[in-house]
Design a protein around this ligand. Structure first.
Ligand code: ZN
Ligand code: FE
Length: 253
């Protein structure tokens, strides 16, 4: 099974996953239809599914056109059925969903939106995190609370360290600047930034990351770290308070 990373709009990523033998494919978060259609044609694929991590336009923008063209099924979170255009398959929290292409696990991870989900595809050990967990960052809190976002990220932290992280945007450079502004002495972060800069210089995506790297470098997954808490002047040792402070600082970064 393969993953194709597609740049869409200004800084979005859509992902096509497909089976090299059957050529059956699914797309995750098609921001727009045309780049997906080109890639489907180029590789002779058969698009059977669209999966949406959440209802924002830059993640569902291609739904209608793709469904019309390929008659594929659209899957999204059950409680977002009125916000995800043309939904067919209503996914539940903690659902395991098996189809002719893959086995996946759905988790409800509210915070960025109230109906945001993550999609873990077993065959490729890949976690699609939409706008909740970015490489070196996390999503803005639009519909949820800081607590919800904190809990959602904690759920994602429990996957194996070698899990590949595929997120919704190429925000890694800006995120890395923010991490470094606070977590100045983190050598793992400094090393990751070197790798990222190389990729950006070559015009390559910085995605996928791995959960292990994110646990070591992403400041939003490290709000229980005493050094970071000291940097922010937080004496309570409270990870949620630290996370909230970090998210507020990042909103104005
Ligand atoms: Zn979004
Ligand atoms: Fe987005």
């Amino acid at each position: 099974m393969k993953v194709i990373i597609l740049k869409c709009l200004s800084d979005n990523y859509s992902y096509i996953i497909y089976n090299e033998n059957t050529l059956i494919a699914a797309v995750i978060d098609p921001s727009e239809a045309d780049p997906i259609i080109n890639e489907i044609k180029k590789n002779n694929l058969k698009l059977n599914y669209i999966l949406n991590t959440h209802h924002h336009f830059d993640h569902v923008g291609g739904n209608s056109k793709l469904k019309k063209k390929y008659n594929c099924k659209i899957a999204g979170y059950e409680k977002d059925e009125y916000r995800i255009p043309n939904i067919d398959i209503k996914l539940k929290n903690n659902q395991k969903w098996k189809n002719e292409l893959f086995n996946c696990e759905i988790m409800h991870i509210p915070g960025h939106t109230s109906g945001h989900i993550s999609i873990y595809v077993k065959e490729i050990n890949a976690l699609f995190t939409g706008d909740t967990l970015f490489s070196l960052g996390c999503g803005r809190i639009f519909e949820g609370t800081y607590n919800q976002m904190f809990n959602s990220l904690n759920k994602l932290k429990k996957f194996p360290r070698n899990t590949k992280i595929y997120c919704g945007h190429e925000y890694t450079k800006n995120n890395s600047d923010f991490c470094l502004s606070i977590d100045k002495k983190n050598l793992k972060l400094i090393n990751k930034i070197k790798k990222i800069s190389e990729k950006i210089k070559n015009g390559e995506p910085t995605i996928p990351s791995t959960l292990g790297e994110e646990l070591e470098c992403n400041i939003f997954l490290r709000s229980d770290n005493t050094e970071i808490q000291n940097q922010l002047g937080i004496n309570s040792g409270d990870a949620i308070e630290t996370f909230t402070k970090l998210r507020e600082l990042k909103d104005n970064f």
